[in-house]
Design a protein around this ligand. Structure first.
Ligand code: TXA
Ligand code: MG
Length: 316
């Protein structure tokens, strides 16, 4: 069985696999990651193969501490401020690569910048400590699928490609990290995520822009317009449910007979974020061809939830 309880013994085995150039899936507080030694180009290539991911999509490098991050990339003042406030945690900073930075070129897809994150999840931290190398890890799903929030999701998507899936139950936040570019004067949000934009603005003491890259020139190269896609069609801001549709509810649900998942009966956006991807997978599995999605308020994590839903709803 590839899925194993994330005991310290299992983490030691996983670290061994990483150091040997293998692939390991592990939980972070955001979603499950597909990890490899970021300094080993062949191991990193195996990540792209496992995901079936286009090569131009750079990966996040996970490290155990601020000091390790600072050794790989240059931290501007905004970068330091955000790192102090949110690391360890669900924030990824895009930094200028330092000369001599040992991260494989393939990780950054030839860019002279580097996305770095110090995760807070105890299993991710234990794995980083035990393997003692920076770990490149995208979300552990096949390219184009929604991110995995459980070990079972990972097994279903890419199980055959990994040596080990460390299991520690559902990812607590359920939404990917917020990616912020701090290479320039002003910090720019490249991907909305588990740290709300308002919280970043509060820490920086001024508003922050969210970059609007189109599908052809996405600001964060991974943000292809249609990305977090279930097989079913999504109909957003639904005020009723059509025949044959499943319902993704928020708050008091619309009247409905068929498959339904309520992201948060009490209208809590953090709870909704945590449940979002598992709900999309489950409603997809119900066989419904379309999913009616109730309105989600555009505040706090609602902004990131709506971003994912809009991408999933876009037809190609
Ligand atoms: O929560 C997360 O961030 C998860 C966990 C495993 O850490 N990882 C994740 O990785 O979502 P991935 O590969 O699915 O998404 C990484 C995002 C993409 O949008 C990618 O374009 C962006 O980070 N990114 C990576 N390196 C970048 C760089 N140098 N410049 C701009 N964007 C970058
Ligand atoms: Mg991803």
């Amino acid at each position: 069985m590839r899925i194993v309880d994330a005991t310290s013994e299992a983490v030691a085995r996983a670290a061994e696999a990483i150091r040997g150039g293998g692939l390991v899936a592990f939980p972070t507080e955001t979603v499950y990651g597909l990890g490899a030694d970021a300094t080993n180009a062949r191991a990193v290539a195996a990540i792209f193969a496992a995901k079936g991911r286009p090569r131009f999509n750079p990966l996040i490098v996970h490290v155990a501490s601020f000091e390790e991050a600072a050794a790989l990339g240059r931290l501007t003042e905004a970068g330091r401020t955000l790192a102090a406030a949110f690391w360890p945690g669900p924030l990824t900073l895009v930094l200028a690569r330092r000369p001599g930075c040992p991260i494989a070129e393939l990780v950054t897809a030839g860019l002279d910048t580097l996305a770095v994150r110090v995760p807070g999840h105890p299993v991710a931290r234990a794995l980083l400590q035990a393997s003692a190398v920076p770990i490149a890890a995208p979300s552990a799903n096949r390219s184009g699928h929604v991110s995995p929030t459980t070990a079972a999701h990972v097994e279903a998507d890419i199980g055959a490609h990994v040596q080990l899936i460390l299991d520690r139950g559902p990812a607590p936040l359920g939404l990917e990290s917020t990616v912020v570019d701090v290479t320039g004067e002003a910090a720019v949000v490249l991907r909305l995520g588990a740290v709300a934009r308002e919280d970043i603005a509060r820490v920086l003491r001024h508003g922050v822009e969210v970059a609007t890259g189109g599908a052809d020139a996405p600001a964060s190269p991974g943000m292809l317009a249609r990305h977090y896609a279930p097989a079913a069609t999504l109909r957003l801001d639904a005020s009723d449910v059509h025949a044959g549709e499943a319902l993704l509810a928020f708050g008091t649900p619309l009247p409905h007979q068929g498959a339904i998942i309520n992201l948060s009966p009490s209208g809590d956006l953090d709870e909704a974020a945590a449940k979002l991807f598992a709900a999309l997978r489950a409603l997809d599995a119900s066989g419904a061809k379309a999913i009616a999605v109730m309105p989600i308020p555009e505040q706090g994590l609602g902004e990131a939830i709506n971003d994912r839903l809009r991408r999933a709803a876009r037809e190609e």
